[in-house]
Ligand binder design. Structure first.
Ligand SMILES: NC(=O)c1ccc[n+]([C@@H]2O[C@H](COP(=O)([O-])OP(=O)(O)OC[C@H]3O[C@@H](n4cnc5c(N)ncnc54)[C@H](OP(=O)(O)O)[C@@H]3O)[C@@H](O)[C@H]2O)c1
Length: 336
């Protein structure tokens, strides 16, 4: 049994070390899984760079999702069985050949469902589903803005909003990503490196899904009309804030808000952190992951896989995600 340990903050080629691990026995509600592949998420990049507050002290094994086969179940597990192929949400520990995790973040998947697509369901589609259905109670036909829409969560939000017949404004940082957004059915793709999305959008929005933070959050909030909902689930632009003072400037650039503003226009702001949901509201995570697995089975969502790399290329995959070169899901398969 092995895992990639995050041993040092910095570039991918110095950050990870492959080491032997041992596995604990699953507790009553836990399952043990032999891992076929694990997913990369943007949070792993921020953890590697030392910018992720929830990351355990180093050395540690990061990783929020795996696809694999159940080898053992705890005494109270009733949603999956030994031998099932599953997608599983892990609270760190995912970059490993074997994991033990809470069964309430695990859903069965078809034997022939492609591994990269399955990985996308773990964190990215579950986060998108929670944000759309639970945090913003998305209604059919609403007008939405999705930031970083070509990414993993972004693509998932596009597909869930499309499924509800919403009008979608989606931002991305390159022409290649804009073409991808058009293909995915985004009504108004916006390159936010060359255009100011707050000038392009001329109508009130119902929901803004923001994972960029800073001034992008502030501008997005202003676009909401009465009854509008802001869902904030990330702050990718923190990577651009260098020294202490630019970090303070970044914090201030979100803007300042007073409850009266929310009441007068019946607006709301929801923060989403799936780690907190996984730790404290396990039934909500279970609902979300089972729903996305079902939607995938019915062909109502179809994750886009930007790349599935062999374990020997973890560093390349991590660097591509950090450098904004990827679209959709990026995963790592363990070699035979
Ligand atoms: N709260 C939660 O529970 C939760 C769960 C999952 C993900 N997230 C957040 O959701 C966001 C998307 O996650 P993901 O895993 O799906 O990643 P991703 O969207 O596939 O990759 C991140 C994308 O963010 C965009 N970006 C904008 N500003 C950036 C910057 N300064 N540096 C780097 N990238 C920047 C880039 O797209 P462009 O090239 O188009 O700009 C990049 O491709 C992240 O912010 C992540 O932290 C939150």
């Amino acid at each position: 049994m092995e895992a990639f340990f995050l041993v040092k903050n910095g570039s991918a080629d110095v950050a990870f070390e492959r080491r032997a691990i041992s596995l604990k026995q699953p507790e009553a509600l836990e399952v043990a899984i032999e891992v076929e592949a694990f997913g990369l998420n943007f949070a792993d990049v921020t953890a590697r760079l030392g910018l992720y507050r929830d990351c355990p002290p180093l050395p540690t094994v990061v990783g929020y999702e795996v696809v694999g086969r159940i080898t053992e179940t705890g005494s109270d597990v009733n949603n999956v069985s030994k031998g099932d192929r599953v997608i599983a949400f892990t609270r760190f520990g995912g970059y490993a050949t074997h994991v033990v995790t809470d069964s309430r973040g695990v859903a069965k998947i078809e034997e022939d469902y492609p591994v990269g697509k399955a990985l996308a369901l773990g964190v990215q589609y579950t986060t998108a589903y929670f944000s759309a259905e639970m945090a913003s109670s998305l209604n059919p036909g609403e007008k939405v803005l999705i930031q970083a829409a070509a990414g993993g969560v972004g693509t998932a939000l596009v597909q869930l909003c499309k499924h509800k017949g919403c009008k979608i404004y989606g931002t991305a940082g390159s022409e290649e990503k804009l073409a991808y957004l058009r293909n995915q059915g985004v009504d108004v793709p916006i390159n936010y490196r060359t255009q100011d999305f707050s000038e392009v959008i001329k109508e009130d929005l119902d929901v803004v899904y923001d994972s960029i933070g800073g001034s992008t959050f502030k501008k997005g909030f202003k676009l909401l009309g009465p009854g509008g909902r802001m869902v904030s689930f990330g702050a990718a632009s923190q990577l651009d804030a260098g020294n202490f003072f630019s970090k303070i400037r970044f914090g201030l650039s979100f803007g300042f808000y007073h409850p009266v503003q929310f009441i007068m226009n019946s607006k709301s702001l929801s923060g989403v952190n799936m780690l907190r949901i996984a730790d404290h509201k396990q039934h909500l995570l279970q609902h979300a992951i089972e729903q996305v697995a079902q939607l995938a089975k019915e062909g109502k969502i179809d994750p886009y896989v930007g790349g599935v790399y062999p374990a020997s290329q973890l560093n390349e995959a991590h660097t591509a995600l950090e450098k904004r070169k990827t679209m959709g899901k990026i995963g790592i398969v363990w070699e035979e």
